[in-house]
Design a protein around this ligand. Structure first.
Ligand code: FES
Length: 196
């Protein structure tokens, strides 16, 4: 969150980074080098232990957030919350968001279906708009993940049966030997089995 141009204080940048565990922070070593050089203030939120970031905590983490230009990227839910928060404080023009999933995907857009984790034997009903990663985690399945936005491929798992829909493009992928799917950007397109 660099300060606005009129308040320039070089290198006055705050980064709030939310990931499940410390080792999930992308470019963590490089970011900590910037911290050591006093070019960055890095606030890591580890959701496995700290829980999901409540946007209301921004006042506590970055007290002058409303005076800064803010760039945010991530899953739709936190970005929606950030936009609502910015609007509520009348600073929506200073918030710049980058979405990696279409914002207008809503439950019911796809057909959904029962998702089964072969590794655990758990099956849950999923709608056609919720990422398999979220579905699995809500069911208590330990799912591999990273960026949660379709970039790092840290969440890929074999699709063993059925079909999934890419939430970014709408493209359907059907199970066949060797097919991997990114669970963070894929939703059930009918009943499906995934490895994890
Ligand atoms: S978690 Fe990074 S691509 Fe899915």
């Amino acid at each position: 969150m660099p300060r606005r141009r009129r308040d320039i204080e070089f290198d006055d940048v705050v980064m709030v980074h939310c990931v499940p565990r410390p080792q999930d922070v992308i470019f963590r070593n490089e970011l900590h080098d910037l911290v050591a050089d006093k070019k960055l203030r890095l606030l890591e939120v580890h959701t496995d232990t700290d829980g999901m970031l409540d946007i209301a905590r921004l006042d506590e983490l970055v007290p002058d957030w409303a005076e800064r230009e803010t760039w945010a990227c991530g899953p739709a839910g936190p970005l929606d919350a950030a936009e609502e928060h910015g609007s509520g404080h009348g600073v929506q023009e200073r918030l710049h968001t980058e979405r990696f999933r279409p914002g207008d995907v809503v439950a019911g857009d796809g057909c959904g279906g029962e998702v089964t984790s072969r590794a655990t034997g758990k099956s849950v009903d999923a709608d056609g708009a919720t990422p398999l990663l979220d579905i699995g985690e809500e069911a208590g399945v330990l799912m591999p993940s990273g960026c949660r936005m379709g970039i790092c491929f840290g969440c890929v798992t074999p699709l063993k049966a059925g079909a999934v829909r890419d939430l970014r493009t709408g493209e359907i992928t059907e199970a066949e030997p060797g097919v991997l799917v990114q669970t963070c950007v894929s939703a059930a397109a009918g009943p499906c089995d995934i490895e994890r």
